[in-house]
Ligand binder design. Sequence first.
Ligand code: FUB
Length: 321
Amino acid sequence: MDSKMTTKISTLAAGALLLSSQAFAANPLFTDQYRTADPAALVHNGTVYLYTGHDEAKDNKTFFHMNDWLVFSSTDMVHWQSHGPKLSVKDFKWARSDAWASQAIERNGKFYWYVAVRHDDSHPGFAIGVAVGDSPIGPFKDAIGHALITNDMTTDTPNDWDDIDPSVFIDDDGQAYLFWGNTKPRYVKLKANMVEMDGPIHALDLPHFTEALWINKHKDTYYLSYATGFPEKIAYATSKSVTGPWHYQGILNEVAGNSPTNHQAIIDFKGKSYFIYHNGAAQPDGGEFRRSVAIDRLYYNPDGTMKRVVMTSEGITTPAK
Ligand code: FUB
């Protein structure tokens, strides 16, 4: 959709000119139809599904205006298909507003999409709900008819938006975990049905944690990345177990252009690793409340640490095959 064909002129050592065509997905990725934020990605059957928030604020002065979530897909990280809005605050009868960050995951042929929304007055504050569908692009419906996590379950933070930014993970032994949080990072085990907690909520200790948890495993190491400070950079910690202890490894990504929030998804796809995030760089009106998703390569060091992300405007220039 948004990939561009360029004609590139490069100079050979001999001084001759070579004309070559190259497909690439420039950053930010989607600039025509939607402002997109808070990316989450799911690799399924040779396709990457990208689940994003949808910034609809008219300008960058007031606040987020977010009503629904969008889905895109790609088989090469360069050419993207838009599937449009696939889930909305209105699909959760108990929710009032604010379609904030989300993540989808597959289990036993069903697709569970965890979302942060503002609850109605019966449970003031933000909450985490879960929708379910039979395919990665839905249709999705509220899986349980009530929130999975409500603000009154976590009472040790001063704000009422601490229960946001869900990141879900299924470990090699089949145990599922839900991570989330603003100000304080937390996790809980999920039952195999993916829609009920299985035990107590645990608090994590991550330095200078703000929000935007993302958990991934690469080789034999678990990675917990998150937004730190404000304006936000992305930091990360590593562990040999999904439940920790977590070892802080420093900054992974600097503040993303023209956006004080930063929110990442990290995937391996067709032998390469990718860092998916948002920035406020879309012209002419990108910014704090009108963000757009961008993708750059992520590289791991031989010792398992991550190299700092190099954000580019070119984006992904080599299609994954
Ligand atoms: O998009 C709304 C909120 O901004 C998200 O939940 C945070 O991660 C930040 O990106």
